[in-house]
Design a protein around this ligand. Structure first.
Ligand code: PNS
Length: 166
């Protein structure tokens, strides 16, 4: 049985992430989406909120599980008894960072490989950071995230903006 871990911050989950999850669910027997807890990027959503959002957009996929993780990705992969890490590659700009991560992970844990799925062209420009930036100005994010995610992101962005000193 082939088990993959698809790790990330997912702050918030985008249609690009959903595309990678759907496609890997067809290739692998089981896919565990690992949501990073100790994120130095000071996320807009708590890890539990990010897990819940991922659950709501992947509910129709029976072989997907959403789990939070802390610490090293390779330890999480080992604990899950997974075979590989899945990452999406959007453009050449992703390549250097992804190569560094996958090579480092393989050095510290030689049994663990990373496979890359090239992102659907429709989403090759898309990132959670761009979605958050647009949301901070209450812009239209409906082309980038699922409708239920858009509602949550716009609401949280408005809350954050209201609390900031002007
Ligand atoms: O969605 P992101 O932010 O690009 O995901 C990055 C992630 C979570 C895959 C990466 O930061 C990670 O694996 N963090 C866990 C800590 C770790 O194992 N670091 C060493 C990787 S070289």
């Amino acid at each position: 049985m082939a088990v993959a871990v698809y790790p990330g911050s997912f702050d918030p989950v985008t249609l690009g992430h959903q595309d990678i999850i759907e496609r890997s669910s067809k290739i692998m027997d089981r896919v565990i989406v690992g949501v990073l807890k100790n994120n130095s990027k000071s996320p807009l959503f708590s890890v539990q909120e990010r897990v819940n959002m991922l659950k709501s957009v992947t509910g129709h996929l029976p072989n997907i599980e959403i789990l939070a993780f802390d610490g090293l990705l390779v330890d999480f992969v080992r604990n899950c008894q997974a075979d590989v890490i899945v990452r999406g590659l959007r453009a050449i700009t992703d390549f250097e960072y992804e190569l560094q991560m996958s090579q480092t992970n393989r050095v510290i844990s030689p049994g663990i490989d990373t496979i890359f799925l090239t992102t659907n062209l429709k989403y090759s420009y898309l990132s959670s950071s761009i979605v958050k930036e647009i949301a901070m100005y209450q812009g239209d994010i409906s082309a980038f995230v699922a409708p239920e995610i858009a509602v949550k992101v716009l609401r949280r962005a408005a809350d954050v903006k209201n609390k900031r000193p002007s």
